[in-house]
Design a binder for this molecule. Sequence first.
Ligand SMILES: [Zn+2]
Length: 226
Amino acid sequence: MSWASVNSIPDSIDGDGRDFEPELEPLMCATCGTEIEVGPEGPYPTVCPACLQPLDLETQFAYSRGRDAFAVGQEILIRISPRLRKRNLFTTEELEGLEYYKQAYSSLQLAFQGVLAEQQRWLGVEMMAAIVNILLQHQLISELEFGFWGSLNKEQNIQQECVEVQHKMTGLPHGLFTFLVRLRWHLRLRQLQKALRELDANIHKFQRLIRFTEPVNARRIPDRGK
Ligand SMILES: [Zn+2]
């Protein structure tokens, strides 16, 4: 199945056999990260009550749909043991789980066309990496899409480790006894930075080869805050 056909899956799936209801996530302001609680009937605010910037509700709803479908799909697929999965390629349960994953994949793609709050972007990339892993096993996506989302996930994990190492180095007192520790962290940081440069080149290569028709805003915007 190509990118386009995964994209054309309808936005809602009937809840047959669905016995797991994920918790409703609050909307989030992409600018300042403020969580906005809205009742099931609305009304939906058009601007963030904290920073007064306009809210992109379409992007927020696409994200919620994606996250919701992912949670249900994961709950279904987790119940099937990997051994059974291999022996019996398409059980009814597995097909149902895959449907939710495909729905999550298309909704999250739509959400990434807009701008998400950093916390949502982070989690969205993690969900996409988990989804493409399963979809590739069933040849429902291309190796390129798998490579793209997998690389983005690796990139954000390494970015996170960089921040942690830098934090540890800042907290280390200067002196002879800490010299070796500092040296070790310094070398680790250089290793991570090299890995990030390689990933950046790979991500650009995947983007070129996939030829996205819409922008995919899935990479961290530096210094954006939360
Ligand atoms: Zn805000």
